[in-house]
Design a protein around this ligand. Structure first.
Ligand code: SAM
Length: 220
């Protein structure tokens, strides 16, 4: 099955399960016009993040890697009126476009965007007085293990940590293949082996962003 078929597959499923969404369509268009790369989560993945956050009644969410705020909007929409999401982004242009997009989606009051290298920002965050319920890690893949360790420090017992792009068309498991992104995922997996502070699994995702996967972990 080729890429076009998977795009068709997502479109088919979404046509039954997703409502038309002019706000998200505008954000996708605006992000493209402002030159952002096409590397946001898909609509189906965004909605899955939203549903997962709602499943645990998440109130405090942390996101590593904002880009144009597409996934941020899906997550912000999962929150109660007094909920909050902190999102971390290193690139000032991405952050500026995200700020526009978040305002357009009317979720700006729920979102705090922190500009800078994610690890620096994470080191300044605290689990006090209230820890995070849900963390979505989707920035530079070389940082995955560092971000995951910080996420474990910041999230409550029973909280969820999700890492995107951990399958990469199966290249992560291909011994013949190497690049910085794949190595970042391998380092994460090696770091998680035997980690008794979380329970985790990888679930493949396929659709209009190709073949990839989420790592889903629960903090013990
Ligand atoms: N989560 C977004 C979505 O689905 O809409 C997509 C995020 S995109 C895949 C990754 C983002 O991480 C980019 O905007 C990139 O600039 C940012 N990034 C890369 N390295 C970073 C770092 N060290 N600290 C913070 N953000 C970083």
């Amino acid at each position: 099955t080729n890429e076009e078929d998977w795009t068709r597959s997502d479109a088919y499923h979404n046509s039954f399960l997703h409502e038309p969404d002019a706000v998200l369509d505008w954000i996708v268009k605006n992000s493209k016009e402002k030159g952002l790369p096409d590397i946001a989560v898909s609509a189906a993945q965004g909605k899955l993040l939203n549903l997962l956050a709602r499943s645990i009644n998440a109130k405090r969410v942390l996101e590593v890697g904002t880009l144009g705020g597409y996934s941020t909007v899906w997550l912000a929409r999962a929150l109660p009126p007094d909920g909050k999401i902190i999102t971390l982004e290193i690139n000032a242009h991405h952050a500026a476009v995200a700020t526009e997009n978040l305002a357009h989606a009317d979720v700006a009051d729920k979102v705090e965007l922190i500009l800078g290298p994610a690890l620096d920002s994470l080191l300044h965050l605290s689990s006090e007085p209230v820890p995070f319920d849900f963390v979505f890690i989707d920035a530079d893949k070389q940082g995955n293990l560092d971000y995951f360790k910080q996420a474990k420090r910041l999230v409550r017992t029973g909280g969820v940590i999700i890492v995107d792009n951990v399958v990469r068309y199966g290249r992560v498991a291909d011994p013949e293949y190497s690049d910085a992104n794949v190595e970042g995922v391998r380092t994460l997996l090696a770091g998680l082996k035997g980690d008794d502070e979380v329970d985790a699994t990888t679930t493949g995702t396929v659709g209009d962003k190709g073949y990839d996967g989420f790592l889903y972990a629960i903090r013990k």
